[in-house]
Write a protein that binds this ligand. Structure first.
Ligand SMILES: [Zn+2]
Ligand SMILES: [Zn+2]
Length: 375
């Protein structure tokens, strides 16, 4: 069948919204009509070449939709089901999966670099030219073929804009706090970067019962949103007095520092504002080839723990529905993350707005024909 998709033909080129060919779902695969897709910084890293990605490709990895058709042997979803898409269709059988650490799945890590679906197949093409899948999903399109394990069924009536964001940013930020760091009630927390992931980490810290939550973010509108979503202090990291203000506020250093932006310089800063015995969690992935530098003697004497978290160390099938239930109960105001909505044809504008920080989270609605603005 034919569908519309945003294709990245080469690094640093604008996305090309084109009619593409989508093959039928193979065994274990599902065709999803994409309802909403968040615009994530990881997609931008593919465009800018910061991370090497097989091209040409249809980008997008933060989506929700409705199952339209299923291939042979699919048992967990049926046509008509509303789903959130996980870009981590873990194999379930490797050593990491057996240990319950799905984000470290050896199979997924290996296969994702190929730009195929998890089974090795390709279902997208344009005039006979093969297009790569991105993060197993390719949600900047009206339809996507995905692996059954990427589909997590949701109750009918779930807000598909919010569900899309749960597919990446929200789960990554909240999971960093509750799965990886396991923040204790009464803790002090700092979050560096208040985009979709950082704001989600702030909400996660509130959910975990942190006493103080400091947001460090250069864009004023995002600092204001951070305060609305549970931060107790918001600082501009470019202010030379910010580090001392944070140390004073946390009485000598925070228990947990989360670095949502993928900048190695922020990891050094986060290390310096974390108290001895505290934990620094890197969430945003720094550029290919970058190296983190830390003060050697203090690393030993302070016993600080430095760790990363990939996809919020999530078990998507458990964590995503749980996060959406908490949202439905009014305990996570995730709808405030949904910024301006864009038509598929406006995808390049959505990226420009994401990079300038105008929108909390830009959301593509690939079926909308008119002006998708929702305030
Ligand atoms: Zn993402
Ligand atoms: Zn595995």
């Amino acid at each position: 069948m034919k569908t519309k998709a945003a294709v990245l033909w080469g690094v640093d080129e604008p996305l090309d919204v084109a009619e593409v060919e989508l093959a039928a779902p193979g065994a274990g695969e599902v065709r999803v009509r994409i309802e909403a897709s968040g615009v994530c910084h990881s997609d931008w890293n593919a465009i800018s070449g910061t991370w090497a990605t097989p091209l040409p490709a249809v980008l997008g990895h933060e989506g929700s939709g409705v199952v339209e058709a299923v291939g042979a042997a699919v048992t967990s979803v049926s046509p008509g089901d509303t789903v959130v898409l996980s870009w981590l269709p873990a194999c379930g059988t490797c050593r990491a999966c057996q240990q319950g650490r799905l984000s470290l799945c050896e199979f997924v890590t290996r296969q994702m670099a190929a730009g195929s679906l998890p089974g090795g197949g390709f279902r997208l093409s344009h005039n006979g030219t093969r297009l790569h899948h991105y993060s197993f999903l390719s949600t900047f399109a009206r339809h996507a073929i995905v692996d059954e394990r990427s589909c997590i069924r949701l109750p009918a009536g779930t807000d598909t804009d919010v569900a899309a964001l749960v597919g990446c940013a929200v789960t990554t930020g909240i999971g960093a706090v509750i799965n990886r760091a396991k923040v204790n009630p009464g803790s002090s927390v700092a979050v560096f970067g208040a985009g979709g992931v950082g704001l989600s980490a702030i909400m996660g810290a509130g959910l975990a019962g942190a006493e103080t939550i400091a947001a460090v973010e250069p864009i004023g509108s995002r600092r204001a949103l951070a305060l609305e979503l549970g931060a107790t202090l918001a600082l501009d990291g470019r202010d030379p007095a910010a580090v001392q203000a944070l140390l004073d506020y946390s009485h000598g250093g925070v228990d947990y520092a989360f670095v949502a932006a993928g900048l190695t310089s922020l990891l050094g800063l986060a290390f310096s504002v974390t108290r001895p015995g505290g934990m620094i969690v890197a969430i945003g992935v720094p550029p290919d080839g970058s190296v983190v530098s830390l003060p050697g003697p203090e690393l030993v004497r302070s016993e600080k723990i430095i760790t990363g978290t990939f996809y919020g160390s999530a078990r998507p099938a458990i964590d995503m529905p749980m996060i959406l239930r908490l949202h439905a109960q009014g305990r996570l105001p995730l709808e405030k993350l949904v910024g301006r909505r864009y038509r598929l044809a406006e995808v390049n504008e959505a990226f420009a707005d994401m990079r300038s920080g105008i929108s909390a989270r830009a959301v593509l609605r690939p079926w909308e024909e008119g002006n998708g603005t929702r305030g």
